[in-house]
Design a protein. Sequence first.
Length: 298
Amino acid sequence: MELLQLQYFLLLAKQQHVTRTAEILHISQPALSLTIKKLEAELGVPLFVRKGRNIALSPYGEAFKQYVEDAFFSLENGRQKLARMKNTESSTLNLGLLSPYVWNELLMLFDDLHPRIQINRRSIEDHRFWDSILNGDIDFYLGGLNQLDQMDTSRLEYITLYEDNMVLLVHKDHHFARRKTIDLRECRDESFINLASETNLQQFINQMFHRAGFAPKVVMTCDYTLRDQMAADGHGVSITTQLAAQKSDTNGVVHIPISFPSQKRKLGLVWRKNRVFTDPMEKFYDVSLRFYSDASML
């Protein structure tokens, strides 16, 4: 079994298309197919099955993939360890971000403290960060942690940086506008402006609706920025985090703390378990902890 075979296997598993994979590898399609067939012959099982014009992992391939990823993960950890010993560490940090504007202050501080470290930022919603961490596309995921309660986290590590209260966003002339707090059950007749259903925050908000015992009347679905403006224009009410509401520069809206359900939005860092931190990762981890520790003291 050769490393090249395993590299080809992982890329083919990701692309699920022989021609496209061969083009990425700059080899011929027959050469790729022959390499995979040799690997399958050595293992004695088919790793892929045809799915129309594409291919997909067989049950054997699905089981094998995790072990191959773990093997390359261990090799990369070794490379990082040697690089740190030689002090020739990469100056790049790959971040997966949920709601990038929420993290602006942290990222600006990090840029000021470590201007030579380049941050590659990728916007990631819902559970997609999971595969991105495990296959090495990103070093850290910086976003919501509540969904981890329903996931198998045996291959992940994470730390909560802060917890945020949830608020109701309403027009300044709305009949709720002068309230100090609001019970979400009082809002069952309101028209709601939601985020897209696949977004991490909207999934968390949907859990709040479920606990409040009603399905909202949704009049509009839009992105984070437009949502605030639509509430300011009087098209409906919306739910967001207190931090996001405080950072919004949209005029004409007020935010009211939600007393029930009293769920807090947890946000923090996620990385692959047993990952050897690169120097940029170590620095970002330290800056993140200090930043939110200092913020909690204000």
